[in-house]
Design a protein around this ligand. Structure first.
Ligand SMILES: [Fe+2]
Length: 294
């Protein structure tokens, strides 16, 4: 058949995959075409709406730079990122939960000794983080890596500050023989995802706020274990119940205990109030990931 109507076109497009020799790619594309066509039929997409969508995606692409990823933001705010993560890392009570990577990960943060202050020169209330990285059976994991990043105490990431050319509030810390880690940074606060681009316009059109509750990011990994991309959320932070990227998980909410000025956990005299937070990360052995069907 050479001519197609509004139903048969779907089968025709899928049929063009007959010579595709990658079974997984064929399955993904078949499903994508099926749902995309169903969506267009269901809403009876108009031509102005279609061109609006093309212009939106074009603008999203043009907004991306080496420091800004508008498509990850789009995926995050539509709940796709957390859906992918949840499918691939099903919640298990014995291991730390995953959540979104977000658009502000910057590969190559400096390796710092345990106890280092990641937030030298960064605005915000000091916070001392500590805990352990363990296997799910409780065995301490030596030399586990925490790749850590956050915004400052006003919710701004280094990548968002035009005057900042280097990394701020980022670092990589490894655990000791007892699986322990500790470092200093700031207590993160809630912040809006970037709203000056096409995703921001989409959120306003949807009547949505752009805020994320206060959190610090980390990727926790150890040889032989599944790495976990996760956050610690600040207990009591605003927007815990309406995270703009749907990434909030109760098991990742940590208590930040407030202390009056005095001697900090590292022995240094603190002239301002400071916080301490303790959290253990439990990792699953490699090979226990969700199975991807062909
Ligand atoms: Fe973040």
């Amino acid at each position: 058949m050479r001519e197609f109507d509004d139903k048969s076109v779907t089968e025709a497009v899928i049929g063009r995959l007959s010579d595709c020799d990658d079974a997984r790619f064929k399955r993904v594309m078949t499903s994508l075409i099926t749902h995309l066509h169903d969506f267009v039929r269901e809403v009876k997409l108009t031509e102005p709406e279609w061109i609006t969508a093309i212009e939106f995606l074009t603008a999203a692409g043009k907004t991306c730079t080496d420091k800004r990823q508008e498509f990850i933001l789009l995926s995050d705010t539509l709940g796709v990122s957390v859906l992918v993560i949840t499918l691939n890392h099903p919640a298990a009570h014995d291991s730390v939960e995953s959540t979104v990577l977000g658009p502000f990960y910057w590969e190559g943060a400096p390796d710092l000794p345990r106890g280092a202050n990641l937030a030298v020169g960064v605005k915000g209330e000091p916070a001392f983080y500590s805990g352990r990285v363990l296997a799910v059976d409780g065995q301490p994991l030596e030399n586990a890596l925490l790749d850590i990043w956050s915004g400052d105490g006003e919710g701004n990431y280094d990548m968002q500050m035009p005057e900042e050319t280097g990394m701020k509030a980022r670092g990589r810390i490894r655990t000791d023989a007892a699986g322990r880690y500790w470092f200093r940074s700031i207590r993160p606060t809630y912040y809006p995802v970037p709203t000056d681009g096409p995703v921001g316009r989409m959120l306003r059109r949807m009547g949505r706020h752009p805020y994320r509750p206060g959190h610090i990011h980390m990727i926790v990994s150890a040889p032989g274990y599944l790495p976990v991309t996760t956050h610690l959320f600040v207990a009591g932070s605003q927007y815990l119940d309406s995270d703009a990227v749907f990434g909030m998980k109760e098991s990742l909410v940590a208590q930040f205990e407030r202390h009056s000025p005095g001697v900090g956990p590292d022995g240094e005299r603190m002239e301002t109030p400071f916080y301490t937070v303790n959290y253990d990360f439990r990792l699953r052995p490699a090979g226990t990931a969700a199975r991807i069907e062909p």
